[in-house]
Write a protein that binds this ligand. Sequence first.
Ligand SMILES: NC(=O)c1ccc[n+]([C@@H]2O[C@H](COP(=O)([O-])OP(=O)(O)OC[C@H]3O[C@@H](n4cnc5c(N)ncnc54)[C@H](OP(=O)(O)O)[C@@H]3O)[C@@H](O)[C@H]2O)c1
Length: 393
Amino acid sequence: MSKLKGSAMKEIMRVEELEENKEELKEVVEDVKPVIILAALVAVVLLFIFFLRLYIRWGVECPSKNRLDGKTVIITGANTGVGKATAIELAKRGARLILACRDRIKGEAVARIVKKKSGNQNVFAGRLDLASMRSIKEFVEEFNQNEAQLHILINNAGYMGPKAATDDGYERCFGVNYLGHFYLTMLLMEKLRKCAPSRIVNVCSDAYSRGKLDFSDLAMLKGYDSFSAYARSKLCQVIFNLELQRHFFSACVWSFAAHPGACNTELLRNFPGMHGKVLRAMARVLFKSPEEGCQTIVYCAVADGLRDFSGKLFANCKVVKLQDVAREKETGTKLWNTSLTLTGMDREYALYPEEGEGSAPAENGSQAIGTEGGEEGDTTGPEKRPAAAAQQS
Ligand SMILES: NC(=O)c1ccc[n+]([C@@H]2O[C@H](COP(=O)([O-])OP(=O)(O)OC[C@H]3O[C@@H](n4cnc5c(N)ncnc54)[C@H](OP(=O)(O)O)[C@@H]3O)[C@@H](O)[C@H]2O)c1
């Protein structure tokens, strides 16, 4: 009997001990619960960042191995970012390169780096400030004195930042990213035509799809923010790219818009406030390197078989569909005419008939120009250009 009592007591004690342990365990679990939740959250965030990084950085290498020996190329804004990476890549392919940079000393320093990295000594720096029509004109004069040919023009330089004006008084994003490049391209057009088939690569951004173009407020007096101004300038560039195709395709000057993807460059250096700080930090972790970003630009500059894709937008070395906002013909014509007027080029190029002023010349005037396989032999000259492109005063 007493034995039985003893074992029952022992059992009760064991149960009590177990209860105590259970309580202790519960307390420990309560203590570590926040740590477990935090660790799970961190794991989810890290996983999210990992997949986001994969998504943003996903890209392809330019599949074309074409060389550019004997071809002359201008790259604007080549002293840093994707412009510099593009310069190194094209120099390795044998191009004669003119690095058009705002600061001649920076340009010459980069020319030395490009020569060293590529082993190509045909790399030169020229001074070009796209915020000044005078500087653009001087750059072209110097270029024409020194260079007989131009096969590829890469309109790459870009500004994003607080509200500022160009030397000529235009809103800076619009002035540098778009209007300056418009003026430069038109001044160089005669050389591009002479060297046809030639190419213009407009380095754009998918931000164009969020751009709004209000011709009555080009100065953005109604409200300015860095991103909207940038997006508008990129929209103008994409429209310009399409207009170039309309006007110069039949002269065998082909134009391509290239979106490099989000790249860790100096583009965000002027982006103001906390937003800018966060974006710059994100760029360091998530964005592509300039070398990865330049692949689509290089592709548009060198790849075969792109003739029929003139006027299109490329990303990751593939054509991507243009949003309707960039395809409205009326807006394209208006931007073209406005740009000719703002740059004083309307003295050399007749304005395009706008809505109600008569019909515009047919697109792609000559279907007989060039063949897929025979681009290099395609030498249709300026005399075959469409009326609208050729109307000189
Ligand atoms: N980074 C991206 O995520 C991204 C995404 C989509 C598209 N893009 C486009 O890629 C192109 C290159 O940008 P990035 O990212 O390589 O930026 P970046 O590193 O800031 O390079 C921009 C270049 O433009 C030059 N530039 C600025 N203002 C100029 C002016 N007034 N005259 C002449 N050159 C001027 C800069 O020269 P200074 O150094 O002297 O200022 C610099 O060389 C831009 O068109 C940009 O819109 C970039």
